[in-house]
Design a protein. Structure first.
Length: 338
């Protein structure tokens, strides 16, 4: 029987120890290994929580979040994978303030705040529904029989709809259901407004287009950045009147100049698709990626000044105030206080 404490044996004696007491030696080595492993991960997790100054859970459900939108500085709206409900959440109280049982037959994949207290929701079955959030009533519908709605973007009283059938539509929802103009286009994962009558859209080939609104139902598109990404353009934000940022499936962020059509900066550091971008200040942006991280970038020198690791892939980012970033973590919505 081994009676001498294991810790008192010198390294030179370990081979003899394992030779004469193999079972007890293996048991002790296993205990030490798993103890050290547990201590290591505990240390890493504690360090992560302390350094990142995390994290208030705003919402926790049982189904993956499919989209998030900000209504004002205290209320957000969410939809999830296994339900057709649209849920309003109060950030201060951390509670649900209203649930709208929508009539969508497909998965809700986009939410867009309209004027006043109105909201547009789009689903994978090609339906857009306009909601009065005060009453929870359906105001108006637009139904496409041919494609799923991927993204929407509001411009005045019109709504841009982009879908999986490679068409972009412009819908003047103030006049009720109508037949929007179609423009043939490569599948569009993202659209963002950059001016009163201009938008930019990215496509699945890595190119970015300028969209100009002509009148209530007409618009034109022009390719401005040709295949700036090696793959899909997954996210877009406006930095200022002359610059935009794009995130792609090639794991990089491009800073693009609208005045001359050139890429002026490439930000590298993510190891996954960049699904969301948000502007923090005039010289800082944040990015969320499928590599389970959120990064803060300094645009003056292109450096990553801070990084936070999530436990799941990050699909959505929203900025509240100047110091709080709202992000999704599978079935939860959390706040990172910068």
């Amino acid at each position: 029987m081994l009676t001498k404490p294991f810790s008192r044996f010198k390294k030179k004696s370990l081979s003899l120890l394992c030779l004469f007491y193999p079972e007890e030696c293996n048991k002790m080595l296993d205990e030490i290994y798993y103890k050290k492993l547990a201590q290591y991960y505990l240390k890493i997790n504690l360090k992560s929580c302390l350094e990142d100054n995390l994290e208030n859970i705003i919402y926790s459900g049982i189904s993956t979040i499919t989209c998030i939108a900000k209504l004002n500085q205290t209320v957000i709206v969410t939809a999830n994978y296994n339900s057709s409900d649209i849920i309003l959440w109060d950030l201060n109280e951390k509670c649900c303030v209203k649930t709208i049982n929508s009539s969508h037959r497909g998965k809700i994949v986009c939410l867009t705040k309209l004027s006043g207290n109105q909201l547009a929701s789009g689903c994978t079955k090609g339906t857009i529904i306009l909601w009065d959030l005060n009453t929870g009533h359906n105001i108006c519908n637009y139904i496409s029989k041919y494609y799923e709605i991927l993204v929407t973007c509001k411009v005045n009283n019109r709504l841009f709809l982009a879908g999986s059938n490679s068409f972009i539509k412009l819908w003047d929802y103030s006049s009720g259901p109508n037949n929007p103009q179609n423009i043939k286009h490569i599948e569009t994962p993202c659209i963002v407004k950059i001016g009163p009558s201009k938008l930019v859209s990215g496509d699945s080939k890595g190119s970015i287009y300028i969209v100009t609104i002509i009148d209530s139902l007409k618009f034109s598109m022009k390719e401005y950045f040709h295949e700036v990404h090696q793959g899909r353009v997954e996210s877009l934000i406006k930095i200022n009147k002359d610059q935009i940022a794009s995130g792609g499936s090639d794991f990089v962020i491009k800073i693009l100049d609208l005045t001359n059509g050139l890429c002026i900066q490439t930000l590298k550091g993510h190891l996954g698709i960049i699904k969301s971008l948000v502007k923090i200040s005039k010289d800082r942006i944040a990015s969320g990626s499928l590599d389970q991280s959120i990064k803060i970038w300094n645009l003056s020198n292109g450096s990553c000044i801070r990084s936070m690791n999530s436990h799941h892939m990050v699909n959505f980012l929203l900025l509240f105030g100047q110091t709080k970033i709202l992000y999704d973590e599978d079935t939860q919505v959390k706040v990172w206080d910068l």
